[in-house]
Structures are given as C-alpha cells and as structure tokens.
Design a protein around this ligand. Structure first.
Ligand code: LLP
Length: 433
C-alpha cells in the first residue's frame, strides 16, 4: 500500500476518501485516481531529473492514462507529453496543452495524424517509419512550418520483462533498424530536408523495468550512432530520448527511485558526448506507468459467488477484463481488498472474476479475502492507474467505467461513465438488410 492508502474504521481510504462512500456516490465499477500520488511522482521527476539536470524534459507517455484532466495536471507541473495518435492529440488540444510541449511517437503515424500534429505545431515528431519522411515534409509544406525530428532507433537490446512489452530488441516493429544502409540514408534525408530539423535520437527498450543495464547498453549503442552521424554529416545529436519503462509496484516489486536510472544515464551521456566532441545532449524521458499506476485503484461490487466444493470459490464482480485487460494479456498480477471489511482477517482464498463471457476473465487468482465476503461488498484492486482505463474496451457492450479524481478527501468526476446509449450511438442499420 502506498502513502495515500490507509485503513480506518475497517474501511479502505484513498487520498483521504472513504472508498465505500465513493462506491455509493459514484457507482461501480469505477476507476479512482489520486491527485496527491500523481503530484508526488511529478515532483520526484522534477527534483531527480529536470531540476537536477536543467534543460532536460519529462514527456509523460499519454498511453498510460490519457484524459483531458490528466493533461491539466501535467500542465501545472510544466511537463511535456508523448502522444501516439490523433485521439491523444485531440485530448491535448482540448486541454489547451502547449503544442511545443507535445512529442509525437508511433510506428505507423497516419497521414491524417501527421497533418493534425503539424497543424497543431507539436514540438517534435519521433520518426519511427521507413517511409515517414515524405509524409511529414508534405504536411510541413502545407502549413509552411518546419518540424524538429528525433529518430527512434532499435538498439538491439533485450530488456527483461514480459515479451509483449519488450520493444528494443532487433526483431521489433518499433524503431529504425541500425543497419548502415537503412539508417544512414534516413538520417541523410532528415539532415538535408528544408522542412525538417534533425534534433536527435530516441530509444524505448521496454516497460516495467527494474534494472539499468539494458538502458545503459542501449544508450551506448545510441551514442555510437551519434558519433557516426557527427562524422558523416557533421550533424550534432542535440537531444536524446531515453524512453520510459520505469517499473512500479503491483504486488511486492521494489520500485526504484528515478535517480537510480537517471544518474548513471546522465553520467554516461555526458561521457560519450565528450568523447564524440559534441555538447551534452538534452535528455528526455517518457515515463507513463511510473507516474499513474499506483495513483489508481478500481472499485467493484461483489455479485454472484460460486463455491465449487473441493475445488474453489469464484467471486464475481461487476467489471473485469473490459476495464483491466492486463491480466488476460500479460498475465499481470494485482492485489485487492474487500474495502468495507478492510480489517477483517483474510482466511479464505478465492478467484476474483469478472462478468465478461471469457473463462480467462479472472482479475486475481487466489485472492485472500475474509470468510464473510458476500454480495454487495466493495472490492478494490490496487495499482490500476496505468493501462487500465486507457486499454478499456466495450466487450459484451459493457460500458467503460468513469474515473473519479480524489484529493485529500475531495472527489469529482474526471471522466464520466459511458452510458448504454453512447455505446450504440454510432450503430446504423444499412438499408439493404
Ligand atoms: N515511450 C514509448 C515510446 C513507449 O512505447 C512507451 C510504452 C512508453 C514511453 C511508456 O512506458 P511506461 O513508462 O509506461 O512503461 N500496455 C502495456 C505497456 C505497453 C507500453 C507500450 N509503450 C502494459 O499495460 O503494461
């Protein structure tokens, strides 16, 4: 449990709010996000990265949790954002996010998304496709704007995490391959373009990482290419983006401080820049999960309970894989608690399962619960703030739950829950049926 989570009078409190009362007031299932926890992480990033190394930037990876309210919080902390779609750009525009603080990533940016990004005036586009240059140039020409370009490399380093969230190994759909005859012609196109400004290199090696060696290895590879670029085109890598991926606590993983990753990275960056004979590049990081994961929990109401004698007990809740696909997708593990019986001893183990029509719709295997667990109880699952809401689906036409923001005992909607009507609002019946 983190600093905003406490148990009082037998109930679970989150950022000063009684979660049982939240469930009553807002209904379930519902995502709850703690402003205090988000602010704490953004403050750590300021202290350990942007204040400590002036000029550096934090570009929050929107994909972890993208809402207009989240962008408003990030604005307050002077953070930048990394976006990967027209939808994220649209939310940023709605929040009035300063365009120059937006960095556009993605392995297949659509021409329409590139058009949107250039029109908005985003600060940087991270090149991640072999045929992307002419698309960006066309949009720049249309709007008569130049664009800063970072080039995402595939460093060929395998980070140790779930295979689906490894991105830096050679066999990956992300990044430009580091083959002389593939990579250098792309750099040349950027360096020589009248519309593009070669700004630097980008890497992202994976997610939910707790060790620094893969980052350092990848940075060394990146700087080898910075040296080649300097030599061949006399172009300086002015910025280096280290990507995101800093691990968080779901069960009992030991979360590392940002400085654990950042200090050795900055030291290596400086050393390699000195060797190449360029100024130390500005460093940018793209943390997503480490800012919002532990700032979120999800509240559910217990419904049917099925006891299969001698086998196990299934406790069903009113959400499941539609609001948290991570268990089915990555075998992710979560902790949970019966929020209205938070200080009762947990003497039983049950499978906490969702209401979706999939056998794999189990949120927690062998969750310890009080023997008194019954219909109507409120269950909270922890560390659901990242990639929960943002990966939610309408499977079985279940609505996507709303998000409540809590802060020191106050609460308010950040995203209202979807209605049935909204799920089917774009349904049309072709007249030839
Ligand atoms: N930058 C880039 C280019 C990325 O692709 C990602 C994550 C990040 C930053 C942020 O990584 P983070 O700090 O959040 O670990 N949906 C998965 C994770 C996939 C992440 C994809 N890219 C999950 O639920 O674990």
């Amino acid at each position: 449990m983190n600093s905003v989570t406490e148990i009082k009078n037998g109930r679970l409190y989150f950022d000063g709010c009684d979660t049982v009362e939240l469930a009553k007031e807002y209904g379930t299932p519902v995502y709850v996000m703690s402003y205090t926890e988000i602010a704490k992480r953004l403050t750590e990033l300021k202290e350990e990265f942007t204040d400590k190394y002036p000029g550096n930037r934090v570009a929050y990876a929107s994909k972890a949790f993208c809402t207009v309210g989240m962008y408003e919080i990030l604005k307050k902390f002077d953070a930048c954002i990394d976006v990967v779609s027209g939808g994220e750009i649209c939310a940023a525009e709605k929040a009035g996010f300063p365009a120059e603080h937006v960095e556009f990533n993605g392995n297949n940016k659509l021409p329409s998304e590139i058009d949107m990004a250039v029109n908005y005036g985003v600060g940087r586009i991270i090149l991640d496709g072999l045929q992307e240059v002419p698309l960006i140039e066309a949009a720049c020409k249309k709007y008569n704007k130049k664009m800063n370009i970072m080039i995402r490399i595939t460093p060929g380093v395998a980070a140790s995490t779930h295979d689906y969230i490894v991105t830096g190994k050679k066999d990956s759909k992300f990044g430009i391959p580091l083959e002389e005859d593939v990579f250098m012609p792309i750099v040349k196109q950027v360096v020589e373009s009248e519309w593009l400004e070669f700004t630097g290199l980008h890497m992202h090696i994976g997610s939910q990482l707790f060790e620094n060696d893969a980052y350092l290895k990848a940075l060394n590879v990146l700087m080898d290419w910075a040296a080649k670029i300097k030599k061949e085109f006399d172009a300086d890598v002015k910025e280096v983006n280290f990507g995101g991926g800093y691990g968080v606590t779901y069960i009992n993983e030991e979360r590392k401080d940002y400085s654990f990753f950042m200090d050795p990275m900055m030291e290596l960056l400086q050393k390699r820049a000195d060797e190449i004979g360029i100024a130390c590049p500005v460093a940018v990081i793209e943390p997503g999960r480490s800012i919002v994961a532990e700032a979120g929990l999800t509240l559910y109401t217990v419904g049917q309970i099925k006891d299969i004698p001698g086998i196990r007990k299934y406790v069903s809740i009113d959400g499941g894989m539609g609001d948290n696909i991570r268990v089915a997708l990555y075998q992710a593990k979560y902790k949970g608690i019966v929020a209205n019986k938070a200080d009762e001893p947990t003497t039983e183990k049950v499978h906490l399962c969702g209401k979706y029509c999939e056998s794999g719709d189990i949120l927690i295997n062998d969750m310890p619960v009080p023997a008194s667990i019954e219909m109507g109880d409120i269950v909270a699952t922890f560390s659901t703030g990242a990639y929960g809401y943002s990966m939610a689906s309408n499977y079985n036409n279940n609505p996507i739950p709303g998000v409540v923001l809590v802060k020191e005992g106050k609460s308010a909607w950040m995203v209202k829950p979807q209605t049935y009507e909204q799920i089917i609002q774009n349904n049309v019946v072709p007249d030839f049926i």
